[in-house]
Design a protein around this ligand. Structure first.
Ligand code: ZN
Length: 348
């Protein structure tokens, strides 16, 4: 009998690699700005390959690439008619990827994101949100996902609608907020208070994803851990965001004066990038703080994921190629290496 997400989390951490939008944009299959995952229809093989790489790196979860493939996002690029095929294709690609790795106990999840139509001053926007969530959850349920993540939502009230829709479909719900500069949801709740309300409303896992790098995400986690008794999730972006600019949506790069408009978000964040070891440290700190659903959002690449898996005590498939500098021609220590080269290592 396959274990469900909660059983898995009761036994130990679950690793979840996501943030496909950025990975696809860098590879040239998706446009920054609108950030709509058209690649799911245009180049499904590229999506499969990304899933494959994250699985090989140790992700326990394959997130169907439905993120930002919702009705409002498709409307803005004039392709609402692609909504259903896009959603269904993304779910099928994720399931096919699981089939490729039958020996691994992988979970497939559906995804809900900020609708961008929610407006607390307009009651009817609640209904619009609910409808958008309902159609997506119905397709995810039909595809037989193991659970659904609602994420990068900044309003508690919008998240409550997503949660209600997921629970009414009888599915397990992971609810991850993205928290802005002032450390609160847009409706002014602390992350801990907002997560506690979600837990009381039936959320199975609550936490944070996106917006913030590992340090600025970690800063908000203790309050959540203290206020809820369910499992907690943390999936930062792999960028060195700071107290001054905690979110990656507004970043300056002092070392560069040619970024159009001056904001390094979203396509010039390279100099702010976290290396794999920084992400591994984040994973270890999560373990210490009893944060069990651990992952990485926009900007994630497989090398980060593998190092996080290793930090959690695992040897994923791509561990086969884990760095071994002992065999490097200059920096190495292997006895067969030429002294001619090793003795100048520091001078190179
Ligand atoms: Zn993200």
């Amino acid at each position: 009998m396959k274990k469900n997400l909660i059983t898995r989390l009761n036994e130990g951490p679950v690793l979840c690699a996501e943030g496909y939008l950025f990975a696809m944009e860098r590879r040239g299959y998706l446009q920054a700005g609108s950030f709509v995952p058209e690649v799911v229809l245009e180049h499904p093989e590229v999506v499969s390959q990304l899933h494959r790489e994250f699985i090989r790196a140790g992700s326990d979860v394959i997130q169907a690439f439905t993120y930002y493939g919702h009705r409002e996002k498709l409307r803005i690029i004039g392709k609402e008619h692609l909504l259903e095929p896009l959603q269904k294709n993304a779910l099928q690609i994720a399931k096919d990827s699981r089939q490729e790795f039958k020996d691994l106990d992988l979970m497939v999840c559906g995804d809900l994101a900020n609708t961008n139509v929610y407006d607390p001053s307009e009651k009817k926007s609640n209904i619009e949100c609910q409808k958008m969530f309902e159609e997506q959850v119905a397709w995810a349920k039909e595809a037989g996902v193991d659970f659904v993540i609602a994420e990068t939502i900044t309003w508690l009230e919008e998240m409550k609608i997503a949660l209600k829709v997921i629970k009414e479909a009888g599915l397990t719900a992971v609810c991850n907020f993205s928290i802005k500069r002032n450390n609160k949801t847009r409706d002014d709740y602390t992350p801990g208070d907002a997560c506690k309300i979600l837990e009381d409303n039936g959320a199975d896992v609550v936490g944070l994803n996106c917006f913030r790098g590992p340090k600025m995400t970690m800063k908000l986690l203790p309050e959540i851990r203290e206020k809820v008794s369910c499992h907690v999730a943390a999936l930062p972006v792999p960028y060195r965001t700071t107290e001054k600019d905690p979110g990656f949506l507004n970043q300056t790069d002092e070392g560069c004066d040619c970024i159009p408009g001056g904001n390094a978000f979203p396509v010039a964040l390279d100099n702010k990038y976290c290396n794999r070891f920084e992400m591994a440290e984040f994973a270890k700190e999560c373990l210490d703080k009893k944060i069990n659903f651990i992952g990485i959002c926009c900007g994630a690449e497989p090398h980060h994921v593998r190092e996080m898996a290793v930090a959690l005590g695992r040897k994923p498939i791509s561990y086969k190629y884990y760095p071994d500098m002992s065999k490097h021609y200059a920096h190495g220590t292997d006895s067969t290496l030429k002294n001619l080269n090793t003795k100048v290592a520091k001078e190179l």
